[in-house]
Design a protein around this ligand. Structure first.
Ligand SMILES: NC(=O)c1ccc[n+]([C@@H]2O[C@H](COP(=O)([O-])OP(=O)(O)OC[C@H]3O[C@@H](n4cnc5c(N)ncnc54)[C@H](OP(=O)(O)O)[C@@H]3O)[C@@H](O)[C@H]2O)c1
Length: 226
């Protein structure tokens, strides 16, 4: 039976790589982001196992439409990969309220909404939620107050969900990567390749049914100082 995943933030960066990885492994993927054009270019790369769906995950009605579309088109949902995220970096006195709200809405509320509306279907399949957090969710840094707070919130949402859903055999995993080579930031040369983090997603959802990877930190190997 073909498994079905929703990947949020699949238009570029890590989410795009996760979508490609899952399709390559035989999973049918509903790829969500706001950029319709970039989602359609992903269909060209992946073929008909990739269903594009334009969706702003901060909008409840759009998220409900995403879940309904997935069930109408495929009949099931096995994996919810909450990857969409953004970072706005400034000291708190310089961070705009708009940027604070944007991070809370995308990084935290968006994952709340997708989980809320996907959970009934994930219970049916004994599925798996993977929340892409960040090392910044547990290690604070200057100019990262808003981003760190949003990812720390996601970590707690994820852990509470893991406990709520264990009796339904729905597994929940938080993945906290270090710096990744995407356009999100200006990554160092040694940053993780998106493919390496996508492989981690595949590893956790392939774990034996009796195993839950609850929180994984993925760090790049920083070259030793000479
Ligand atoms: N890059 C890093 O160094 C790093 C490190 C640790 C963790 N992370 C986390 O990894 C995840 C992916 O980051 P990335 O580096 O791949 O960033 P990216 O290249 O900027 O991609 C972000 C994705 O999120 C989507 N997105 C943003 N707002 C959205 C919204 N309202 N609704 C739906 N989709 C939305 C974007 O699509 P549209 O713009 O088309 O909507 C895009 O596909 C994020 O959660 C990030 O916090 C990144």
């Amino acid at each position: 039976m073909t498994k079905v995943a929703i990947v949020t933030g699949a238009s570029k960066g890590l989410g795009r790589q996760i979508a490609k990885k899952l399709v390559a492994k035989g999973v049918k993927v509903v790829a969500c982001a706001r950029s319709t054009k970039q989602l359609h270019s992903l269909v060209k790369e992946c073929g008909d196992h990739l269903l594009p769906f334009t969706c702003d995950i901060t909008d409840s009605s759009q998220v409900q439409a995403l879940i309904s579309y997935t069930i109408e088109q495929t009949g099931r949902l096995d994996y919810l990969i909450n990857n969409a995220g953004l970072g706005r970096f400034a000291t708190i006195d310089n961070l705009s309220e708009h940027d604070w709200d944007a991070m809370m809405n995308v990084n935290l509320k968006g994952s709340f909404l997708t989980c809320k509306y996907a959970i009934p279907y994930l219970k049916q399949t004994k599925g798996h939620i993977v929340n892409i957090s960040s090392i910044a969710g547990s290690v604070a840094f200057a100019e990262g107050g808003g981003y760190c707070a949003s990812k720390a919130g996601l970590n707690m949402l994820s852990e509470a969900l893991r406990i709520e859903l264990k009796n339904y055999e729905v597994r929940v995993t938080t993945i906290s990567p270090g710096s990744i080579k995407t356009k999100f930031n200006q990554p160092k040369d040694y940053a993780l390749e998106p493919e390496q983090v996508a492989e981690t997603v595949w590893t956790v959802i392939q774990a034996p049914k009796t195993v839950i990877y609850s929180h994984i930190t993925v760090r790049p190997q920083v070259p030793p100082t000479p």
